[in-house]
Design a protein around this ligand. Structure first.
Ligand code: COA
Length: 322
């Protein structure tokens, strides 16, 4: 049986940092409110001329270097994002070309904040069938470009960034189990109202803003994440006590704490970046994973559970040994 294994990770965060104190100057909010309700203290924000592929290229270079592979080895590129550079060509082809990766399978997928989990699960399946020998998998977002900076309900939550992983076949796991889910009945609770075939004329107007019923999102997120985490554990026959690390989607410290409690995991076993990154949507999990690996906390052979939840709603989890 062939498994897939992450052998290198990387991340990129835009240089510009916006603190809660900066936000106090533009909307009616306080550092105290944002920290208490969300855990966010600062976030990185792209420049107007910076694109999602710009960030992906930098994150991918670091992952490629960490994995010790050559760009010529890569034969699959998948990017989870809801803020691609263009509608077409898809962002993975732009990244493939910019990195000098030879022509290969390259596509992007939209699952909002669950984008990386969906992309990694897809790469896992490509590798298990024998079709892929080396995958570059990314989660990236210029989500602040969708944010209305006059809406305190949403603008305090988000940040930009990109995370990347190199995934290769392995005789041993690697990825042990994956679980994905989605239910469009929740669309109204969290969505962006402008698309290429929907109200395109609203683009650039006050109506083009993330629409969210925060309280309701919170409740469904906690319930659904608990179930999807358990599903990955059950599929693998692994108990929560065996877990070394939880690498959660970094939307809100209170959602993360609720998840950690359900899994009986103390804070020391949870990788937290929400304070520094905010909610970077699809980039959140791969960047947190990279932080945990690069600072030496997540060690080779340890059991890691990643989970995410996003607009759609979509949700998913991946259980793996590093
Ligand atoms: N600063 C100060 N006050 C704010 C504020 C801000 N940035 N944003 C909202 N408020 C106010 C509201 O207007 C409301 O005031 P009111 O009682 O006078 O009407 C009050 O704070 C409470 O709002 P509420 O929405 O009930 O707060 P909350 O405790 O639910 O926290 C969120 C709001 C958004 C932080 C929280 O619901 C959340 O994180 N939800 C999940 C969102 C999420 O994860 N989305 C992405 C999923 S991938």
């Amino acid at each position: 049986m062939t498994y897939s294994r992450i052998v290198g990770t990387g991340r990129y965060l835009p240089e510009r940092v916006m603190t809660n104190f900066d936000l106090e100057k533009i909307v009616d909010t306080t550092d105290e409110w944002i920290k208490t309700r969300t855990g966010v203290e600062r976030r990185h924000v792209v420049e107007p001329d910076q694109t999602t592929s710009d960030m992906c290229v930098e994150a991918a270079k670091k992952a490629i270097e960490a994995a010790g592979v050559n760009v010529e080895d890569i034969d699959l590129v998948i990017t989870g994002t809801t803020t691609p550079d263009l509608i077409f060509p898809n962002i993975s082809t732009i990244i493939q070309h910019r990195l000098g990766i030879p022509a290969c399978t390259a596509f992007s997928l939209e699952a909002a904040c669950t984008g990386f989990i969906y992309a990694l699960t897809t790469a896992d399946k490509f590798i298990k069938t024998g079709d892929t020998k080396c995958a570059l998998v990314m989660g990236a977002e210029c989500i602040t470009k969708l944010v209305d900076w006059t809406d305190r309900n949403t603008c305090v939550l988000f940040g930009d960034g990109a995370g990347a992983a190199i995934v290769v076949p392995s005789d041993e796991p690697g990825i042990i189990s994956t679980a994905l889910g989605a239910d469009g009945q929740y669309k109204e609770l969290l969505y962006y109202p402008v698309g290429q075939s929907t109200d395109l004329a609203k683009a650039g107007t006050d109506e083009a803003n993330i629409i969210m019923q925060g309280n309701e999102v919170f409740k469904v997120a906690v319930k659904t994440l608990g179930a999807i985490a358990q599903e990955a554990l059950d599929k693998a026959g692994v108990t929560k006590e065996e877990l070394d690390w939880l690498v959660p989607h970094q939307a809100n410290i209170r959602i993360i704490q609720a998840m950690a409690k359900r899994l009986n995991m103390p804070t020391e076993k949870v990788i937290l970046t929400v304070q520094d990154h905010g909610n970077t949507s699809a980039a959140s999990v791969p960047m947190a994973l990279d932080v945990g690996i690069r600072d030496g906390r997540i060690k080779k052979g340890q059991l890691v559970l990643m989970e995410a939840f996003g607009g759609g709603f979509t949700w998913g989890s991946v259980l793996m040994r590093l």
